[in-house]
Write a protein of this length. Structure first.
Length: 92
């Protein structure tokens, strides 16, 4: 699936989060061919008070205090990280 190859670690803990996954896919929007999905390993360090890890017994799900800010930051960071690669691979 689109998000099965997105691996996210927050403060060293592996998590699965739809906000993060959507933000990554948003950052890649219009950069991948239809039916292709990125492989991403994302490490985030956040102040513990901004992340609730007690959402699920396995602690693989989290809840962010500022969900929209986290989404925007990740999408922007992905776009910015890919910008040099995109600009050097465009046909001349």
């Amino acid at each position: 699936s689109a998000t099965s190859s997105i691996y996210t670690y927050i403060n060293g803990r592996y998590i699965r989060d739809r906000v993060v996954q959507h933000a990554v896919m948003e950052g890649y929007r219009n950069l991948l061919m239809k039916g292709r999905y990125p492989v991403v390993v994302l490490f985030l360090d956040l102040p513990p008070e901004l992340v609730d890890v007690n959402v699920h017994p396995t602690k693989h799900e989290v809840r962010f205090r500022e969900q929209n800010q986290v989404h925007g930051f990740i999408a922007s960071a992905v776009r910015n990280a890919l910008r040099p690669a995109v600009s050097t691979t465009e046909p001349q």
